[in-house]
Design a protein around this ligand. Structure first.
Ligand code: AMP
Length: 219
């Protein structure tokens, strides 16, 4: 399956994508994780991206599209993927359409997770992320077993610099202005599946699963 996950920051894209990957034996491609990895490794790409990421702004389209084009052709994505955090602008969506056409591929669906802004702010200010595997936790609703330590790989949990209140507000504005129009873009291609992203993680996953199973049955 080739899927896109759209939703505001904090909607739970990464958390749900991880579950989908496990159950459907697919892989997640997160442009945010790729930028964070480059930043950690100190690459030129990472340094360039950081000047935008810190304040919650989007990295320019040419940089993201170039990175995605280089990544998606790797063998690990040959049997499918979930794009998490890409595309985020109409220009990126057009570039993805072009790339898929060149590769002779088709998207199976676009999952849109919707969550109101006040809930997102509550989630993001309490989010902690693993430095090594990028898994995220909520300090109250989804805490790690040991405070400050990732359950999966014992990595250190930290608060992302763009999970501070000012950057969060900017990210939510950026989502409304630049990413939300993608819902109409993909609605025109009849690919959109709306999911209510409020509630228990397990219940949200069940809604996603029933939508994905329908796609699977139609393939
Ligand atoms: P995320 O982990 O998806 O919240 O992404 C963290 C940050 O990485 C974003 O706030 C942007 O600065 C940058 N980023 C990730 N994906 C993209 C994208 N598709 N287009 C532009 N910037 C991106």
């Amino acid at each position: 399956m080739k899927l896109i996950f759209i939703g505001p920051p904090g909607a739970g894209k990464g958390t749900q994508a991880e579950r989908i990957c496990k159950e459907y034996n697919t892989v997640q491609l997160s442009t945010g994780d790729l930028f964070r990895l480059n930043r950690k490794l100190g690459t030129e790409l990472g340094k360039k991206a950081q000047s935008y990421m810190g304040g919650g702004n989007l990295v320019p389209d040419e940089i993201v599209i170039g990175m995605l084009n280089d990544e998606i052709i790797k063998p690990e994505y040959a049997n499918g993927y979930i794009l998490d955090g890409f595309p985020r602008t109409v220009k990126q969506a057009e570039a993805l359409d072009k790339l898929l056409e060149e590769l002779g591929d088709n998207l199976d669906g676009v999952l849109v997770l919707s969550v109101p802004a006040d809930e997102l702010i509550k989630r993001l200010t309490a989010r902690r992320t693993c430095r090594s595997c990028n898994r995220s936790y909520h300090i109250i609703y989804n805490p790690p077993k040991v405070e400050g330590i990732c359950d999966f790989d014992n990595g250190e949990l930290y608060q992302r610099d763009d999970d501070q209140e000012e950057a969060i507000k900017n990210r939510l504005n950026v989502y409304e202005a630049q990413t939300k129009p993608l819902i109409d873009f993909y609605q025109n291609e009849d690919k959109v599946m709306m999911i209510n992203g409020v509630g228990e993680i397990d219940d949200i996953y069940s809604s996603i699963k029933s939508v994905l199973d329908k796609i699977g049955n139609h393939k």
